[in-house]
Design a protein around this ligand. Sequence first.
Ligand code: RAT
Ligand code: ZN
Length: 443
Amino acid sequence: MPQDPLSPLSSAEIPAAVNAAFVHQPVWDMHTHLYPPTFGTPVTNATGQMDPNGHMLWGVDELVTYHYLVAEVYRVQPASSFPYEQFWQLTRAQQADHIWKYLFVERTPISEACRGILTTLQKLGLDPNEKTLAPYRKFFSQQKPDAYIDRVMQIANVKTITMTNPVFDDNERQRWLGAPDIGNDPRFRAVLRIDPLLRDYPAAAGKISTWDYPAAAKPDAESMRQIRRFLGDWLDRQKAIYVAVSLPPEFRYPALPGDALGLAGQAVLEQAVLPVCAERKLPFAMMIGSRLRVQPGLRDAGDMVGQADIASVVNLCRDFPKNKFLVSMLPRENQHELAVAARKFSNLMIFGCWWFLNNPSLVDEITRMRVELLGTSFVPQHSDARILDQLVYKWDHSRRWIADVFAEKYQDLAATGRHVTQENIQRDARLLLHDNFAEYVTR
Ligand code: RAT
Ligand code: ZN
Protein backbone atom coordinates (compact mmCIF):
# COMPACT_ATOMS: atom_id res chain seq x y z
CA MET A 1 0.00 0.00 0.00
CA PRO A 2 1.37 3.49 -0.79
CA GLN A 3 2.68 5.43 2.23
CA ASP A 4 1.28 8.71 0.95
CA PRO A 5 -2.45 8.92 1.80
CA LEU A 6 -2.93 11.22 -1.18
CA SER A 7 -1.50 8.92 -3.83
CA PRO A 8 -3.86 6.76 -5.93
CA LEU A 9 -4.48 3.19 -4.80
CA SER A 10 -4.47 0.32 -7.27
CA SER A 11 -7.66 -1.73 -7.52
CA ALA A 12 -5.94 -4.57 -5.67
CA GLU A 13 -4.94 -2.27 -2.80
CA ILE A 14 -8.44 -0.89 -2.29
CA PRO A 15 -10.11 -3.65 -0.17
CA ALA A 16 -7.41 -3.61 2.52
CA ALA A 17 -7.41 0.20 2.64
CA VAL A 18 -11.21 0.30 3.00
CA ASN A 19 -11.23 -2.35 5.67
CA ALA A 20 -8.55 -0.51 7.66
CA ALA A 21 -10.38 2.82 7.34
CA PHE A 22 -13.67 1.38 8.60
CA VAL A 23 -12.01 -0.58 11.42
CA HIS A 24 -10.10 2.47 12.67
CA GLN A 25 -12.92 5.00 12.37
CA PRO A 26 -14.60 5.58 15.76
CA VAL A 27 -18.39 5.30 15.65
CA TRP A 28 -21.15 7.48 17.00
CA ASP A 29 -23.78 4.81 17.67
CA MET A 30 -26.92 6.83 17.03
CA HIS A 31 -29.52 4.45 18.48
CA THR A 32 -29.07 1.97 21.31
CA HIS A 33 -30.92 0.98 24.45
CA LEU A 34 -27.74 1.15 26.57
CA TYR A 35 -27.21 3.08 29.79
CA PRO A 36 -24.34 4.22 32.01
CA PRO A 37 -23.95 2.79 35.54
CA THR A 38 -25.77 5.81 37.01
CA PHE A 39 -28.99 4.09 35.88
CA GLY A 40 -28.18 1.03 38.04
CA THR A 41 -27.28 -2.48 36.94
CA PRO A 42 -29.02 -5.75 37.79
CA VAL A 43 -25.85 -7.71 37.00
CA THR A 44 -23.75 -9.11 39.86
CA ASN A 45 -20.25 -7.72 39.52
CA ALA A 46 -17.00 -6.87 41.21
CA THR A 47 -18.37 -3.69 42.81
CA GLY A 48 -20.80 -5.82 44.80
CA GLN A 49 -23.60 -3.34 44.05
CA MET A 50 -26.74 -4.58 42.39
CA ASP A 51 -29.98 -2.87 41.47
CA PRO A 52 -32.61 -5.45 40.41
CA ASN A 53 -34.46 -2.87 38.30
CA GLY A 54 -31.33 -1.19 36.95
CA HIS A 55 -31.14 -0.31 33.28
CA MET A 56 -27.49 -1.00 32.49
CA LEU A 57 -27.56 -4.52 31.02
CA TRP A 58 -24.30 -6.36 30.36
CA GLY A 59 -22.67 -9.76 30.87
CA VAL A 60 -23.22 -13.23 29.52
CA ASP A 61 -26.66 -13.96 31.01
CA GLU A 62 -28.06 -10.79 29.48
CA LEU A 63 -26.32 -11.47 26.17
CA VAL A 64 -27.67 -14.99 25.86
CA THR A 65 -31.24 -13.96 26.83
CA TYR A 66 -31.41 -11.11 24.27
CA HIS A 67 -34.91 -11.19 22.79
CA TYR A 68 -33.58 -12.28 19.37
CA LEU A 69 -32.36 -15.51 21.04
CA VAL A 70 -35.54 -16.08 23.01
CA ALA A 71 -37.39 -16.17 19.68
CA GLU A 72 -34.79 -18.56 18.25
CA VAL A 73 -34.85 -21.01 21.16
CA TYR A 74 -38.61 -21.36 20.69
CA ARG A 75 -37.89 -22.63 17.15
CA VAL A 76 -36.18 -25.67 18.65
CA GLN A 77 -37.94 -26.04 22.03
CA PRO A 78 -41.51 -25.16 21.09
CA ALA A 79 -44.09 -23.79 23.48
CA SER A 80 -45.88 -27.17 23.36
CA SER A 81 -42.96 -28.72 25.23
CA PHE A 82 -41.83 -25.64 27.18
CA PRO A 83 -44.70 -23.16 27.78
CA TYR A 84 -43.75 -19.48 27.60
CA GLU A 85 -44.83 -18.80 31.17
CA GLN A 86 -42.50 -21.52 32.40
CA PHE A 87 -39.60 -19.80 30.65
CA TRP A 88 -40.45 -16.38 32.11
CA GLN A 89 -40.62 -17.84 35.60
CA LEU A 90 -36.99 -18.96 35.40
CA THR A 91 -34.23 -16.73 36.78
CA ARG A 92 -32.17 -14.86 34.20
CA ALA A 93 -29.31 -17.36 34.68
CA GLN A 94 -31.66 -20.35 34.21
CA GLN A 95 -33.08 -18.80 31.04
CA ALA A 96 -29.53 -18.30 29.75
CA ASP A 97 -28.62 -21.94 30.57
CA HIS A 98 -31.69 -23.13 28.65
CA ILE A 99 -30.80 -21.06 25.57
CA TRP A 100 -27.12 -22.00 25.71
CA LYS A 101 -27.99 -25.71 25.87
CA TYR A 102 -30.46 -25.73 22.99
CA LEU A 103 -28.93 -23.16 20.65
CA PHE A 104 -25.18 -23.35 21.35
CA VAL A 105 -24.48 -26.88 22.56
CA GLU A 106 -27.09 -29.13 20.98
CA ARG A 107 -27.27 -27.13 17.72
CA THR A 108 -24.79 -25.23 15.60
CA PRO A 109 -25.03 -21.54 16.61
CA ILE A 110 -25.02 -20.32 13.05
CA SER A 111 -27.73 -17.62 13.06
CA GLU A 112 -26.53 -14.01 13.13
CA ALA A 113 -27.73 -13.48 16.72
CA CYS A 114 -25.91 -16.62 17.91
CA ARG A 115 -22.75 -15.91 15.94
CA GLY A 116 -22.75 -12.42 17.43
CA ILE A 117 -22.40 -13.79 20.94
CA LEU A 118 -19.46 -15.93 19.86
CA THR A 119 -17.71 -12.93 18.24
CA THR A 120 -18.24 -10.96 21.45
CA LEU A 121 -16.81 -13.72 23.65
CA GLN A 122 -13.86 -14.21 21.34
CA LYS A 123 -13.04 -10.50 21.21
CA LEU A 124 -13.21 -10.33 25.00
CA GLY A 125 -10.49 -13.02 25.04
CA LEU A 126 -12.81 -15.90 26.00
CA ASP A 127 -13.07 -19.32 24.38
CA PRO A 128 -16.43 -19.55 22.54
CA ASN A 129 -16.44 -23.38 22.82
CA GLU A 130 -17.47 -23.76 26.46
CA LYS A 131 -20.26 -26.25 27.16
CA THR A 132 -21.60 -24.27 30.10
CA LEU A 133 -21.77 -20.57 30.93
CA ALA A 134 -19.81 -20.96 34.19
CA PRO A 135 -16.40 -19.80 32.84
CA TYR A 136 -17.98 -16.75 31.25
CA ARG A 137 -19.89 -15.90 34.43
CA LYS A 138 -16.62 -15.97 36.32
CA PHE A 139 -15.05 -13.48 33.89
CA PHE A 140 -18.01 -11.08 34.04
CA SER A 141 -18.29 -11.24 37.83
CA GLN A 142 -14.77 -9.79 37.98
CA GLN A 143 -15.66 -6.69 35.94
CA LYS A 144 -16.52 -3.27 37.33
CA PRO A 145 -19.31 -1.75 35.24
CA ASP A 146 -17.78 1.68 34.75
CA ALA A 147 -14.37 0.41 33.63
CA TYR A 148 -16.02 -2.35 31.63
CA ILE A 149 -17.90 0.24 29.54
CA ASP A 150 -14.55 1.78 28.60
CA ARG A 151 -13.19 -1.63 27.70
CA VAL A 152 -16.16 -2.52 25.50
CA MET A 153 -16.15 0.88 23.81
CA GLN A 154 -12.45 0.52 23.12
CA ILE A 155 -12.79 -2.99 21.63
CA ALA A 156 -15.83 -1.95 19.58
CA ASN A 157 -14.21 1.40 18.71
CA VAL A 158 -17.35 3.30 19.66
CA LYS A 159 -16.82 6.93 20.62
CA THR A 160 -20.33 7.92 21.67
CA ILE A 161 -23.37 5.87 22.67
CA THR A 162 -26.85 7.29 22.12
CA MET A 163 -29.37 6.06 24.68
CA THR A 164 -33.15 5.72 24.30
CA ASN A 165 -34.90 7.37 27.24
CA PRO A 166 -38.63 6.59 27.38
CA VAL A 167 -40.19 9.31 29.43
CA PHE A 168 -43.41 7.35 29.98
CA ASP A 169 -41.52 4.48 31.64
CA ASP A 170 -41.97 5.04 35.37
CA ASN A 171 -38.70 3.40 36.36
CA GLU A 172 -36.76 5.57 33.90
CA ARG A 173 -38.67 8.74 34.74
CA GLN A 174 -38.11 8.34 38.48
CA ARG A 175 -34.39 7.92 37.95
CA TRP A 176 -34.14 11.21 36.04
CA LEU A 177 -36.25 13.03 38.63
CA GLY A 178 -34.30 11.55 41.54
CA ALA A 179 -30.82 12.35 40.25
CA PRO A 180 -30.60 15.38 37.96
CA ASP A 181 -27.01 14.57 36.92
CA ILE A 182 -27.83 10.97 35.97
CA GLY A 183 -27.30 11.69 32.28
CA ASN A 184 -23.99 13.47 32.60
CA ASP A 185 -21.74 10.56 31.64
CA PRO A 186 -19.75 12.01 28.70
CA ARG A 187 -19.77 8.66 26.88
CA PHE A 188 -23.58 8.72 26.54
CA ARG A 189 -26.18 11.02 24.97
CA ALA A 190 -29.91 10.99 25.73
CA VAL A 191 -32.89 10.71 23.38
CA LEU A 192 -36.41 11.65 24.43
CA ARG A 193 -38.62 8.69 23.50
CA ILE A 194 -42.31 9.53 23.51
CA ASP A 195 -44.29 6.63 21.96
CA PRO A 196 -47.44 6.84 24.15
CA LEU A 197 -47.87 10.56 23.46
CA LEU A 198 -48.48 9.83 19.77
CA ARG A 199 -49.74 6.26 19.84
CA ASP A 200 -52.03 6.33 22.86
CA TYR A 201 -52.79 9.99 23.44
CA PRO A 202 -55.66 9.57 25.98
CA ALA A 203 -53.48 7.46 28.30
CA ALA A 204 -50.49 9.79 27.86
CA ALA A 205 -52.67 12.86 28.53
CA GLY A 206 -53.90 11.24 31.73
CA LYS A 207 -50.34 10.62 32.86
CA ILE A 208 -48.89 14.03 32.08
CA SER A 209 -51.88 15.65 33.76
CA THR A 210 -50.86 13.95 37.01
CA TRP A 211 -47.34 15.29 36.45
CA ASP A 212 -48.59 18.90 36.43
CA TYR A 213 -49.06 19.32 32.70
CA PRO A 214 -52.88 19.30 32.49
CA ALA A 215 -53.94 17.95 29.10
CA ALA A 216 -57.50 17.22 28.02
CA ALA A 217 -58.49 13.81 26.59
CA LYS A 218 -59.33 15.67 23.37
CA PRO A 219 -56.36 17.99 22.95
CA ASP A 220 -57.29 21.69 22.82
CA ALA A 221 -55.02 24.73 22.51
CA GLU A 222 -54.20 24.77 26.23
CA SER A 223 -53.38 21.03 26.18
CA MET A 224 -50.97 21.67 23.30
CA ARG A 225 -49.29 24.40 25.31
CA GLN A 226 -48.90 22.01 28.24
CA ILE A 227 -47.53 19.25 26.00
CA ARG A 228 -44.97 21.64 24.51
CA ARG A 229 -43.97 22.66 28.03
CA PHE A 230 -43.70 19.00 29.03
CA LEU A 231 -41.49 18.20 26.03
CA GLY A 232 -39.33 21.28 26.61
CA ASP A 233 -38.79 20.46 30.30
CA TRP A 234 -37.77 16.89 29.49
CA LEU A 235 -35.52 17.88 26.64
CA ASP A 236 -33.77 20.24 29.05
CA ARG A 237 -33.59 17.64 31.80
CA GLN A 238 -32.19 14.93 29.53
CA LYS A 239 -30.18 17.26 27.29
CA ALA A 240 -31.64 15.04 24.57
CA ILE A 241 -30.19 15.21 21.08
CA TYR A 242 -33.36 14.13 19.29
CA VAL A 243 -36.94 13.03 19.92
CA ALA A 244 -37.96 9.51 18.89
CA VAL A 245 -40.92 7.23 18.34
CA SER A 246 -41.45 3.71 17.02
CA LEU A 247 -44.48 3.39 14.73
CA PRO A 248 -46.42 0.40 13.41
CA PRO A 249 -46.81 -0.48 9.71
CA GLU A 250 -50.27 1.11 9.84
CA PHE A 251 -48.89 4.58 10.56
CA ARG A 252 -50.26 7.13 8.10
CA TYR A 253 -49.80 10.86 7.75
CA PRO A 254 -52.27 12.42 7.39
CA ALA A 255 -54.02 10.00 9.72
CA LEU A 256 -56.93 7.96 8.44
CA PRO A 257 -59.89 7.49 10.78
CA GLY A 258 -59.06 4.72 13.23
CA ASP A 259 -55.42 4.35 12.20
CA ALA A 260 -52.28 4.06 14.31
CA LEU A 261 -51.85 7.70 15.32
CA GLY A 262 -55.48 8.73 15.35
CA LEU A 263 -56.51 12.34 15.00
CA ALA A 264 -55.37 13.23 18.52
CA GLY A 265 -51.92 11.78 17.93
CA GLN A 266 -51.69 13.65 14.64
CA ALA A 267 -52.65 16.92 16.29
CA VAL A 268 -50.01 16.40 18.97
CA LEU A 269 -47.42 15.64 16.31
CA GLU A 270 -48.30 18.75 14.28
CA GLN A 271 -48.88 21.22 17.08
CA ALA A 272 -46.50 20.11 19.80
CA VAL A 273 -43.81 17.59 18.83
CA LEU A 274 -42.74 19.02 15.47
CA PRO A 275 -42.85 22.70 16.55
CA VAL A 276 -40.73 21.94 19.64
CA CYS A 277 -38.22 19.98 17.54
CA ALA A 278 -38.08 22.74 14.91
CA GLU A 279 -37.62 25.48 17.50
CA ARG A 280 -34.73 23.58 19.11
CA LYS A 281 -33.33 22.35 15.77
CA LEU A 282 -33.61 18.75 16.98
CA PRO A 283 -34.37 15.86 14.62
CA PHE A 284 -37.52 13.81 15.04
CA ALA A 285 -36.74 10.11 14.60
CA MET A 286 -39.30 7.61 13.37
CA MET A 287 -38.61 3.87 13.40
CA ILE A 288 -41.44 2.42 11.35
CA GLY A 289 -42.67 -1.07 10.62
CA SER A 290 -42.76 -3.15 13.80
CA ARG A 291 -46.06 -4.72 14.81
CA LEU A 292 -46.01 -5.36 18.53
CA ARG A 293 -46.69 -8.69 20.21
CA VAL A 294 -48.13 -10.82 17.40
CA GLN A 295 -47.01 -13.68 19.67
CA PRO A 296 -47.72 -12.29 23.15
CA GLY A 297 -46.18 -15.28 24.96
CA LEU A 298 -42.75 -14.29 23.65
CA ARG A 299 -43.02 -10.76 25.13
CA ASP A 300 -40.26 -8.54 23.59
CA ALA A 301 -39.38 -11.34 21.21
CA GLY A 302 -42.95 -11.56 19.93
CA ASP A 303 -42.95 -8.53 17.61
CA MET A 304 -43.38 -8.83 13.85
CA VAL A 305 -42.46 -6.82 10.77
CA GLY A 306 -45.04 -5.36 8.38
CA GLN A 307 -44.83 -3.16 5.30
CA ALA A 308 -44.96 0.55 6.06
CA ASP A 309 -46.02 3.62 4.10
CA ILE A 310 -43.33 5.89 2.69
CA ALA A 311 -45.85 8.36 1.25
CA SER A 312 -46.56 9.35 4.86
CA VAL A 313 -42.87 10.10 5.45
CA VAL A 314 -42.80 12.10 2.21
CA ASN A 315 -45.85 14.11 3.32
CA LEU A 316 -44.20 14.97 6.63
CA CYS A 317 -40.87 15.97 5.06
CA ARG A 318 -42.67 18.19 2.55
CA ASP A 319 -45.20 19.76 4.92
CA PHE A 320 -42.65 20.42 7.69
CA PRO A 321 -39.57 21.78 5.89
CA LYS A 322 -38.25 23.34 9.11
CA ASN A 323 -38.07 19.91 10.73
CA LYS A 324 -35.28 17.37 10.38
CA PHE A 325 -36.38 13.74 10.20
CA LEU A 326 -34.38 10.62 10.97
CA VAL A 327 -36.08 7.54 9.57
CA SER A 328 -35.40 3.82 9.72
CA MET A 329 -37.82 1.23 8.37
CA LEU A 330 -37.97 -2.40 9.36
CA PRO A 331 -39.32 -4.11 6.21
CA ARG A 332 -36.87 -5.06 3.51
CA GLU A 333 -39.55 -4.21 0.94
CA ASN A 334 -39.62 -0.54 2.00
CA GLN A 335 -35.91 0.17 1.59
CA HIS A 336 -35.83 1.18 -2.07
CA GLU A 337 -38.73 3.61 -1.87
CA LEU A 338 -37.30 5.09 1.34
CA ALA A 339 -33.90 5.69 -0.31
CA VAL A 340 -35.64 7.37 -3.25
CA ALA A 341 -37.58 9.58 -0.80
CA ALA A 342 -34.26 10.69 0.71
CA ARG A 343 -33.18 11.92 -2.75
CA LYS A 344 -36.11 14.37 -2.63
CA PHE A 345 -35.75 15.77 0.86
CA SER A 346 -32.60 17.09 2.47
CA ASN A 347 -34.51 17.09 5.77
CA LEU A 348 -34.69 13.29 5.65
CA MET A 349 -31.73 11.29 6.94
CA ILE A 350 -32.20 7.55 6.61
CA PHE A 351 -30.39 5.32 9.03
CA GLY A 352 -29.57 1.79 10.02
CA CYS A 353 -30.53 -1.78 9.25
CA TRP A 354 -32.26 -2.82 12.45
CA TRP A 355 -33.49 -5.99 14.04
CA PHE A 356 -34.59 -8.42 11.30
CA LEU A 357 -32.48 -6.48 8.78
CA ASN A 358 -29.31 -6.80 10.85
CA ASN A 359 -28.08 -9.74 8.79
CA PRO A 360 -25.15 -9.82 6.37
CA SER A 361 -27.16 -10.48 3.22
CA LEU A 362 -29.65 -7.69 3.94
CA VAL A 363 -27.12 -5.11 5.14
CA ASP A 364 -25.13 -5.81 1.99
CA GLU A 365 -28.15 -5.36 -0.28
CA ILE A 366 -29.49 -2.26 1.49
CA THR A 367 -26.11 -0.53 1.85
CA ARG A 368 -25.31 -1.18 -1.82
CA MET A 369 -28.62 0.35 -2.88
CA ARG A 370 -28.20 3.35 -0.59
CA VAL A 371 -24.70 4.12 -1.93
CA GLU A 372 -25.96 3.83 -5.49
CA LEU A 373 -28.84 6.23 -4.83
CA LEU A 374 -27.41 8.54 -2.18
CA GLY A 375 -23.61 8.40 -2.39
CA THR A 376 -22.29 8.82 1.14
CA SER A 377 -25.21 10.90 2.50
CA PHE A 378 -26.84 8.43 4.89
CA VAL A 379 -26.14 6.71 8.21
CA PRO A 380 -25.50 3.08 7.28
CA GLN A 381 -25.91 1.51 10.68
CA HIS A 382 -26.78 1.83 14.36
CA SER A 383 -26.39 -1.06 16.78
CA ASP A 384 -29.78 -1.06 18.56
CA ALA A 385 -27.79 -2.80 21.30
CA ARG A 386 -29.72 -3.52 24.48
CA ILE A 387 -26.79 -5.18 26.21
CA LEU A 388 -23.50 -3.33 26.41
CA ASP A 389 -21.31 -6.20 25.20
CA GLN A 390 -23.34 -6.46 21.98
CA LEU A 391 -21.50 -3.37 20.77
CA VAL A 392 -18.51 -5.63 20.22
CA TYR A 393 -20.13 -7.91 17.67
CA LYS A 394 -22.64 -5.52 16.18
CA TRP A 395 -19.89 -3.09 15.14
CA ASP A 396 -17.35 -5.75 14.22
CA HIS A 397 -19.83 -7.42 11.87
CA SER A 398 -21.39 -4.21 10.50
CA ARG A 399 -18.06 -2.58 9.76
CA ARG A 400 -17.01 -5.58 7.67
CA TRP A 401 -20.28 -5.74 5.72
CA ILE A 402 -20.23 -2.00 5.00
CA ALA A 403 -16.53 -2.02 4.09
CA ASP A 404 -17.08 -4.89 1.63
CA VAL A 405 -19.73 -2.88 -0.21
CA PHE A 406 -17.56 0.25 -0.32
CA ALA A 407 -14.46 -1.66 -1.47
CA GLU A 408 -16.34 -2.80 -4.55
CA LYS A 409 -17.73 0.68 -5.17
CA TYR A 410 -14.25 2.25 -4.96
CA GLN A 411 -12.92 -0.37 -7.35
CA ASP A 412 -15.69 0.55 -9.81
CA LEU A 413 -14.71 4.18 -9.37
CA ALA A 414 -11.02 3.44 -9.93
CA ALA A 415 -11.99 1.63 -13.15
CA THR A 416 -13.26 4.97 -14.54
CA GLY A 417 -9.76 6.40 -14.19
CA ARG A 418 -10.73 8.52 -11.17
CA HIS A 419 -8.05 8.33 -8.47
CA VAL A 420 -9.10 6.76 -5.17
CA THR A 421 -6.79 7.58 -2.27
CA GLN A 422 -6.53 6.51 1.35
CA GLU A 423 -7.51 10.01 2.30
CA ASN A 424 -10.75 9.81 0.25
CA ILE A 425 -11.63 6.51 1.88
CA GLN A 426 -10.90 7.73 5.41
CA ARG A 427 -13.00 10.85 4.85
CA ASP A 428 -15.93 8.73 3.69
CA ALA A 429 -15.59 6.31 6.61
CA ARG A 430 -15.66 9.31 8.96
CA LEU A 431 -18.85 10.62 7.33
CA LEU A 432 -20.59 7.26 7.35
CA LEU A 433 -19.72 6.12 10.87
CA HIS A 434 -19.66 9.47 12.62
CA ASP A 435 -20.01 12.83 10.94
CA ASN A 436 -23.20 12.40 8.91
CA PHE A 437 -25.09 11.89 12.14
CA ALA A 438 -23.08 14.40 14.20
CA GLU A 439 -23.56 17.13 11.59
CA TYR A 440 -27.26 16.36 11.10
CA VAL A 441 -28.09 16.74 14.80
CA THR A 442 -26.23 20.03 15.08
CA ARG A 443 -27.05 21.72 11.78
O1 RAT B 1 -34.46 -3.72 18.08
C1 RAT B 1 -35.07 -3.91 19.13
O2 RAT B 1 -34.50 -4.34 20.13
C2 RAT B 1 -36.56 -3.70 19.18
O3 RAT B 1 -37.03 -4.43 20.24
C3 RAT B 1 -37.09 -2.30 19.39
O4 RAT B 1 -36.80 -1.91 20.69
C4 RAT B 1 -36.63 -1.19 18.56
O5 RAT B 1 -35.27 -1.16 18.48
C5 RAT B 1 -37.13 0.13 19.09
O6 RAT B 1 -36.31 0.99 19.45
O7 RAT B 1 -38.34 0.30 19.17
ZN1 ZN C 1 -34.34 0.31 19.29
